[in-house]
Design a binder for this molecule. Sequence first.
Ligand code: SF4
Ligand code: SF4
Length: 376
Amino acid sequence: MTATMPEQRFLPRESLQTLFDVLAERGYRTIGPVVLDKAIQYVELSDASALPTGWTDDQQPGHYRLTQVESPRCFAWANGPQAFKPYLNRSREVLWESRRDSEGNLEFVLPTPTDKPLAVIGARACDLAALALQDRHFLDQARDPGYAARRASLFSVAVHCTHPATTCFCVSTGDGPRATSGFDIALSELDDGYLVETSSDTGRALAAALPLQPADDEHNRAAAAEIDAVAQRQCRQLPSDDLRQTLFSRLDHPRWEDVAARCLSCGNCTSVCPTCFCHSERDQVELGGARSQHLREWDSCFSEGHGHLHGFQVRPETRHRYRQWLTHKLDSWHDQYGRSGCVGCGRCITWCPVGIDLTAEAHAICDDAIEPEDSA
Ligand code: SF4
Ligand code: SF4
């Protein structure tokens, strides 16, 4: 079945630079994908020629390689290791400063947001779904002023995914491949240009400044067919039946030991995950003692320190840490945020150095009947 496409206009490929120029004229700092350190990564850029034209990727559990092909397309790849998460949920953030003046008076100061508004080009549906989850945490629960300021001015240009990796499973989580919310403008990339749709007043105002043309039926059909094909090509999926109930009812399943024997507790999976937000906090004090900063830094449920509470280690072994990660992500996240914490981007599978696949682990724990203990 072909997906219904909203009304769209056409931006010729040679006019893509106009999108960057209009964003710059409106005061945005633009980030977008480039090839950096042999991977697709989001960096600040102002020139469409820096986009990864002709690059595509091969991803498997524990494997990522870029290759160049004959293609005019800039977005013919699946997500690289890092979403644009670090631009909103920074890996290190000053939450407050304390200062003592020469008379000994102590003052606590919140940092003043000074960033220019941010525009992201190339956001995928899974990362926009992850952004909505980060919003629930940092806006609704943590009420973080720094995140809120950055988020309020974010302009998002989505690109619907047409090149899923073998590790992707966004169809299974209901988060892709087509971006349906969370963007101002969305593009469908074709060889000769882009179908453009808008979903916000800011997006419509910006699109009005682009040299858009009427889209013809052939463009609409081709774009819809490419997105439909993505759904057909994804081979991974999460267990669908009672995943929440089953995981928590199998905390002693032997598979936790099995995966712990393979897991390095390196935390790569949490670093690349666009929904993970665990952090630690510490004070950084100047030697003179007149000023200190209270810092929030990314942490991982796989780190020893993260399980160290009030002198007691609550997750002493890797099996506890992997179990914490998987049950939180797929189960208790529902209680906190109303949905699973996984958007099916597949990064944790690709970037796990030993190729641990959370879909395989979830199936092994949820699908298999537990062997009854020997009663002899
Ligand atoms: S758990 Fe893995 S697949 Fe799911 S959102 Fe995080 S990195 Fe992506
Ligand atoms: S599952 Fe893989 S990426 Fe995650 S901590 Fe274990 S070895 Fe590292």
